[in-house]
Design a protein around this ligand. Structure first.
Ligand code: RTP
Ligand code: MG
Length: 169
């Protein structure tokens, strides 16, 4: 009940997604799905201690992807990016936890896999910037926009995380 109230509050006042309720949008890109990296990527977020609140396999439309990457519309690689991202299904996820936006970006590594340290997802599983296997929101504000673009409110699950006392003090 409290959880439901918090979700409604967070939905109306999106700045309610802060502290342990911060959320980020993560997507395993089509190359990650084809290369069977979904389980490995999920495992890393679960083991870190984050809470999964949304998960689905989606064939994204070009319109959705253009909106998602709207800020990059002027870049020379934009058309290639839309074609790459629409080339197969994507696993779309919402993860919740303290500082999850920033920590997820650290776990992912740099945009260019060549600059990504071993131990990061891009540093361990890919080589080229145009096939960098994972997307993660780059700020709390973009996370809020991306979550509402990719997920309906009813697809975000509210559940009691019994391990949270062992993750947070
Ligand atoms: P993402 O949004 O996918 O999580 O990646 P990002 O924040 O690390 O990087 P961003 O600048 O937002 O770029 C989005 C995606 O565009 C592709 N890209 N290609 N060919 C190129 O120079 C180039 N630069 C970027 C990558 O797939 C990048 O993740
Ligand atoms: Mg980005």
């Amino acid at each position: 009940m409290i959880c439901l109230f918090l979700s409604i509050f967070a939905y109306i006042f999106q700045s309610g997604w802060t502290g342990v309720n911060e959320r980020t949008f993560i997507a395993v890109k089509p190359d990650g799905v084809q290369r069977r990296l979904v389980g490995e990527i999920l495992r890393r977020f679960e083991k870190r201690g984050f809470k999964l609140v949304g998960l689905k396999l989606v064939q994204a439309s070009e319109d959705l992807l253009k909106e998602h990457y709207w800020d990059l519309r002027g870049k020379p690689f934009f058309r290639g990016l839309i074609s790459y991202m629409s080339s197969g299904p994507i696993v779309a996820m919402v993860w919740e936890g303290m500082d999850v936006v920033k920590m997820a970006r650290k776990m992912m590594g740099e945009t260019n896999p060549a600059d990504s340290l071993p131990g990061t997802i891009r540093g361990d599983f890919c080589v080229e910037v145009g096939r960098n296997v994972i997307h993660g929101s780059d700020s709390v504000e973009s996370a809020q926009k991306e979550i509402s673009l990719w997920f309906r409110q009813s697809e975000l699950n509210c559940w009691e995380d019994t391990s949270s006392h062992w993750v947070y003090n």
